[in-house]
Write a protein of this length. Structure first.
Length: 158
């Protein structure tokens, strides 16, 4: 049986269940994966930027902080669930590396560093992260069993 592919594009947050898979292509954006195999529900956010300037109950993945709250809401997580959840982070690459710019100030680095701290501050533990560098990532979550893969995308043109 073929799985339904759910593509998570920039600024989106989606959840999946058995029979589905979640997919994202990331560059400087950060992908946040929430895995809860005990309940058979999985989530993926595709975050363009780190911190939002406003607080809202709107479901959004545009900013890392909003995406964490949105995933928790969509997955109906309770405080005790936070200890059972498996979380991974991917992306945050510095796709353009200007010679005169401190890498720590680039969008990818800012997103990656903020995401690590924001996930911890929200009470979740990061199981795995694949952040930084200069290569994009492809993320896939198999919602049948909760396995996931993160692979790098080769740079084109040198």
């Amino acid at each position: 049986m073929a799985r339904e592919k759910l593509h998570v594009t920039i600024g989106q947050v989606k959840i999946g269940r058995a029979g589905q898979s979640l997919h994202a292509i990331l560059g400087s954006c950060v992908g946040i994966g929430f895995l809860f195999p005990q309940r058979g529900i999985f989530g993926l956010a595709h975050c363009l930027l780190s911190k939002s300037n406003t607080t809202s109950d709107e479901i959004s993945g545009r900013h890392v902080d909003s995406a964490i709250a949105s995933l928790a809401s969509l997955m109906e997580l309770t405080p005790p669930d936070r200890r059972k959840l498996r979380v991974f982070l991917a992306g945050g690459a510095n796709m353009t590396m200007p010679e005169d710019t401190d890498p720590a100030r680039l969008v990818g680095s800012t997103n990656a560093n903020f995401a690590k701290q924001a996930v911890k501050d929200a009470g979740f533990r990061i199981q795995h992260d694949d952040l930084g560098g200069v290569l994009g990532r492809q993320v896939k979550i198999n919602c049948d069993d909760g396995t996931y893969s993160i692979s790098t995308i080769p740079r084109l043109g040198g």
